[in-house]
Structure formats: C-alpha cells, structure tokens
Design a protein around this ligand. Structure first.
Ligand code: HEC
Length: 258
C-alpha cells in the first residue's frame, strides 16, 4: 500500500480523558491518528542532526501541537509528568513534559532530501543500515542537552504519565533535599542504563553505593571513560558538577540502604 494511503487510512485511537488514578495514561498512536486530527505539517531545518550527522530538512508536526491532542487529567501538574516515546521495537525514551513544551520539538515524517516516492534516507546504526521510519523526534535548537531532549526514531507512540507512576519502584521515600535532587538527576541521566529496584535500563550494572566507595564513585560518575577504556558509560563532566554527583550518590545510598 503506498505510504500516502497508509497515512490517510487511519483510525482514531486517542484515549480521551481518564480518571485521575487510572493505571492507563493518555496515548497518541502516531500511525492511527486520522488526518483531520493532525496538526498542519511544517518544514524544519535541523542544523546538527545527530542521526545523519549533518544539516537536515524534514516535514514534521510540531510536538506541542500534537500534545494538545492528549487529554491530561486536570489535577495533574505538568512539572510532574513525563512524555514517553515508544519505538516500533518497544524501546522507550522519556523526557520531562515541561521541558518538551519549553522548546521547539517536531515529529518528523519525511526527509526533504528523499525522492518523491520515498519518505526517508538510510543511515548507519551500529552495524545495521536503517531509517527513522515512521516517525523521528527532532529539536530545532542545536544547543540542547541530548540527555534531557532525546532524539528517538522509528517512533509509533507518544504517551504521558506522572514520573511517580513510571518510576514508582525507584522513587525515594526520603524527603531530604539532596536525595530528591539526586533522584531527579538519576532519572534524567542514568536510569536509561542502570536499574534501581528493577526499574530502568540494563546496559550498566545495578549500582551498590557504600560509604567506602563514595569518593571513587563520585569521580566515576563524572568521568567513567577515565576509569574504564571503551566503556559504554559516557562522561558527564559537561552535564553534572560535583554537587550533582554527590546528590546522585545520596539518592543511591538511600535506595540501597532501604
Ligand atoms: C549509556 C549507558 C550509561 C549511562 C547513561 C550511565 N551509565 Fe553508569 N555504567 C554504564 C556501564 C556500561 C557501566 C559498567 C562499566 C563498564 O564496565 O564499562 C557503568 C558503571 C557505572 C558505575 C560503576 C558501577 C560500580 O558499582 O562500580 C557507576 C557508579 C555508574 N555507572 C553510575 C552512573 C550514574 C550515576 C549515571 C548517570 C549520571 C550513569 N552511570 C549513566 C552505563 C551507563
């Protein structure tokens, strides 16, 4: 079926307003939104596209306009919400809802450089050749922190959920400021690779924080590649300072000691 028809022959599966304590949160299934519900497409220029490593032009839907299709429960404070982007292979990326609406994000659906009957150009991803089809999240501001503003591709759905639900098992009990701040930073920069109480990614190990390892861990968090050559863990020297790294350790100690 030609892509254009595929894009037009869609059904509405937008979850309408839900009761506050429902386990189900609103979701936009991108392949199923009817054309009449889609925002007007715009052309965007991305100065430093991290996937193609060059300047790119896309046809795209403004993210903030798409998000208005989600009916958020009224009692919810947007600062406590996460946006979860799910890819075809069910890989999930997430970011703060307030961050997302503070910048110009776009859900791209066509690469202008692709020929008329194609939507995307291929790129190399690890040892594979792939494309961002069907949807790719891009940001027009080239200076954004890529950890806080992810660029997921092959997207099929966008949903919204309170951080307290999404990270429930990793939430600290303590109201101590450093622990709370540490949890926030950990959820922004680390949880995609490290699990805490079974929540999170599996690229890095479960971290055991103890008093005796504190100094070493602090340095490690800031610059893992200076400890382990070719580690998958990136350096966070640009994103975090020593105070941030200490707050993360305060959170990890609190969680491990429970
Ligand atoms: C891209 C994935 C990734 C991210 C993001 C990441 N890590 Fe790691 N981390 C790893 C991997 C992989 C290791 C194991 C080191 C190795 O063998 O290369 C590791 C190891 C560690 C260790 C040492 C484990 C131990 O017990 O000795 C600590 C501490 C750690 N990470 C903390 C963090 C913190 C804090 C953050 C967020 C600021 C973070 N990591 C972000 C992948 C990641």
């Amino acid at each position: 079926m030609p892509n254009l028809i595929k894009f037009c022959s869609v059904i509405l599966l937008l979850t309408s307003s839900l009761p506050l304590f429902s386990a189900q949160w609103p979701e936009i299934r991108l392949l199923e939104i009817p054309n009449s519900e889609l925002p007007v497409a715009v052309q965007v220029t991305i100065a430093k596209d991290p996937v193609y490593k060059t300047t790119k032009k896309y046809l795209a839907y403004p993210l903030d306009e798409l998000l208005t299709k989600l009916k958020l429960p009224k009692q919810i404070n947007p600062d406590e919400l996460l946006i979860i982007f799910t890819a075809e292979d069910s890989y999930q990326s997430f970011m703060s809802y307030s961050d997302a609406v503070s910048e110009n994000g776009y859900i791209a659906f066509k690469d202008i450089a692709a020929s008329a009957n194609k939507k995307w150009l291929p790129f190399k991803f690890g040892s594979e050749i792939t494309t961002p089809e069907p949807f790719y999240l891009v940001w027009s501001n080239p200076e954004l922190d890529k950890w806080l503003f992810p660029w997921p591709f092959q997207l099929t759905s966008i949903s919204v959920e309170p951080a307290t639900d999404f990270f429930a098992a990793a939430m600290p009990q303590s109201k101590q400021k450093s622990v709370q701040q540490g949890f926030k930073l950990f959820s922004q920069y680390c949880i995609r690779c490290h699990t805490v109480n079974k929540v999170g990614g599996k690229i890095g190990p479960e971290i055991q924080a103890s008093e005796s390892r504190k100094q070493y861990l602090l340095e490690f968090i800031l610059d893992a590649p200076s400890f382990i050559k070719d580690t998958k863990m990136p350096s966070f020297k640009k994103q975090l300072d020593r105070e941030n790294a200490s707050a993360i350790l305060a959170y990890l100690k609190h969680i491990n000691l429970k």
